[in-house]
Design a protein. Structure first.
Length: 340
């Protein structure tokens, strides 16, 4: 449970937060001050093979690398442990073993340093770091990653989900396609490269249901076409064109519904240049602006966790250790956005 206290005047000395990310394949540690300056942002991702993510193996990876990542982040930020005033961590959503590893590391560090701890919603953190570094004010967020695909916008004190996947995240779909066709994990960058040499738009289902999307049927159809001899280049080209068109459609409809003149991209999949091009075209036609954070802040990272922890703490949110239980299905719209 998050407790609220009355806001106090900010101290003259900067608050420095260390944030630990560990929702899936990436272990990350970021250090950010309360002016939003990213002092360090280091990470290590399990992967490189064709088997995808095994939750327990990913958690074991995080256990192994997090101590060194913390030391590396402190060195990069040129600070010592005693200068950390807050520890935050990704409380959910995500894979249970990975989340528990990050939470345990954060609890241990906060207790040893005798500083406050803050559990952060991973999806909200993508939005908040994007807002901070890109300079946008009140955007709709197209959040496209391995485990999540959502259209999010602020309304009525919360970040509301105006559209989302009904089955699997788009990044998960791309990785499953890659696994079945022999591409290395993560498969998104490989698919993007292959798509550049494709030109034939193959018949894949366009699955938009109101404000929501679905990708499992597209995956099945793409694999069937591959078994029938379709080229990887044309398949990758078609996957991108169809799936990204779906995302742009629901994002534009959400922007119209909540009257937003800005769209922010977040999540690892939004690094895809073709997706950025399609969203930019839509935004230009609407007279809106598109924003994309630097690549290292699009993917899962500790800096976004640290910055969101600072925002929550500065708004009066407080947690005890007993409040830091992980939540694998932590919904974006469960968070009380007290800092806006």
């Amino acid at each position: 449970m998050v407790r609220m206290i009355r806001r106090r005047p900010p101290p003259c000395i900067l608050m420095i937060c260390l944030g630990i990310e560990g929702t899936a394949h990436t272990a990350g540690v970021g250090i950010v001050d309360d002016e939003g300056q990213v002092l360090a942002n280091v990470m290590d991702m399990i992967g490189g093979e064709s088997g995808g993510i095994h939750p327990r193996e990913a958690a074991n990876h995080h256990v192994k690398v997090l101590p060194d990542l913390i030391e590396k982040a402190l060195a990069e930020a040129k600070i010592v442990y005693g200068e950390i005033g807050l520890v935050s961590f990704s409380q959910g959503p995500g894979l249970g073993p990975c989340l528990r590893t990050a939470a345990t590391a954060a609890r241990s560090l906060a207790l040893s340093l005798n500083v406050p701890i803050m559990g952060v919603n991973h999806c909200v953190a993508h939005l908040e770091i994007g807002r901070k570094v890109s300079g946008c004010d009140d955007p709709a967020l197209l959040y496209a990653s391995g485990g999540n695909t959502q259209i999010i916008a602020y309304a009525g004190g919360k970040y509301r989900v105006f559209g989302e996947t009904l089955d699997i995240g788009i990044g998960n779909m791309l990785d499953k396609f890659g696994r079945e066709t022999g591409l290395a994990f993560p498969s998104g960058p490989k698919i993007e490269q292959l798509a550049k040499n494709g030109s034939k738009l193959l018949d894949l289902p366009y699955s938009v249901k109101g404000m929501d999307v679905a990708f499992s049927g597209i995956l099945t159809a793409a694999l069937q076409l591959r078994r029938k001899g379709a080229s990887m280049e044309d398949l990758c080209f078609s996957l991108q064109e169809v799936c990204f068109s779906m995302l742009v459609e629901v994002a534009e409809r959400a922007m119209a519904h909540v009257e937003k003149g800005e769209i922010l991209l977040g999540g690892g999949v939004v690094q895809n240049r073709r997706l950025q091009e399609m969203v930019r075209t839509m935004a230009d036609e609407r007279g809106a602006k598109m924003y994309v954070p630097p690549g290292k802040l699009c993917i899962d990272n500790g800096a976004m966790i640290a910055w969101t922890g600072i925002l929550m703490h500065a708004s009066g949110a407080r947690m005890e250790i007993d409040d830091t239980e992980i939540n694998q299905r932590f919904r974006t719209d469960e968070v009380e956005v007290t800092w806006r």
